[in-house]
Ligand binder design. Sequence first.
Ligand SMILES: [Zn+2]
Length: 489
Amino acid sequence: MLDGYRERADRFLAELEEETYRHFAGLKPELELAEIHERYSDLTSLEQARRIGERVDGAGPMRELWRFACEGYLGAVTRAGDERLATLEARLDVDSDGERIAFRMLGPEMANSGDRERRARLEQARSVLVEQELNPIMLDLRERLRAAVLELGGESAVDLYRRFGFPLDDLAAQAGSFLAETEGLYERALERLLGMRLGLRLDQVARYDTPRLFRAKHWDAAFPAERMLSALKATLAGLGIDLRSQQNVEIDVASRPSKSPRAFCAPIEIPGRVVLVISPIGGPDDWRALFHEAGHTEHYAHTSADLPFEHRRRGDDAVTEGWAFLFEGLISSPAWLTRLLGAEEARELDWEGAVQKLYFVRRYCAKLQYELELHAATDLSEMPARYVELQRKATLIEPSAADFLRDLDEGFYCTSYLRAWAFEARVRAHLCTRFGSAWFESPEAGKLLHELWSLGQRLSADELLQELDGSRLDLLALAAELGETLEPA
Ligand SMILES: [Zn+2]
């Protein structure tokens, strides 16, 4: 029975990926997932999820299938609302001095605007749209999710994900230590970056400055949009990977009005058809996004076709995110940057990249703390204030309370990012020790990566590290590494 289940589950995810790809690549205005869910509804029905749940015996493939069925059920319960949200988001816009700016373009617009008052107005308009148009739908979705989690036998999403094997409590403890350990380091680094980039002091910064702060306009000349793809190809070639001859990889760089400005990877078939979607804007951040998604792309494209469904499409997502971070990290690596910048500039960008990374890791530590509270709460009235408080403490920049439901990754995906950062730090250290700081120019390193990628997500990030060099996944090791870059002895 389960072989047939795996086969249909694989088709189900392939169709969802393709539909999502077409919508966010701007090839299709609607996001029509309902019909696909309908056709495969037997896979993720409540009865099916409960049946598989009864067969779970500790960690192992059955637990992955159970999580798949449960998350599918949760997805089915919220799909109408999710589609309404996506359609609405694609349609919403904001008036700025007589010019209509699409809701989804507001982030890049703020990042590219040097006019602080205009950024403040755009952010204000964005917050109002989120509050008035999106939050009512999202509140309703929260309620539905809550009821569905109870039906699946979890007391709350926190309880359910603990039973899926997510190390929520261990990671929350690590996140707390990471925040405490890097508090002073972050404050000093942020203050310096704000002064350098925006001429602002820490007590002046507002949330509408954040996209601009990390936009780093003055680096644009060194990171032109038209050279991104060739830089990626050259990097992969150094590892012995010829992007052009990869039959199973498609690159979508076409420009379309409703295409997502954010690069993404659509693993429609793993490993048979992986699409890398990008709208080149240029600048280091955009290069980072491309390299990140290329890391996913190569991981999926090299995954062994012989693995069962749960090890190709499911498993520990910290693994694929870790491979993505490994490639993204090249854009801050002095050894890699020598092809674009002088040594002094490369060190500077490495420093700035480390500030940005510290910001994100701290932001995600607070996200985990917040999500643990949110998912356990029955009354959400305190949550906007808690969201603001936890994020302000971690990032020293006050977010908009309106985002208390929007700034949320379903399924505790924030834990995948946090563990992936810790995983990537260890893997990179291993590659540097074994192949030198220019490991990305070594076909031997490429061979090792190929081997590790071919495992798909059969092993967890922790198990992979154990296999690789016996090291442990630990956020504090990342804190130490960032400290060395930000304040070298
Ligand atoms: Zn990713």
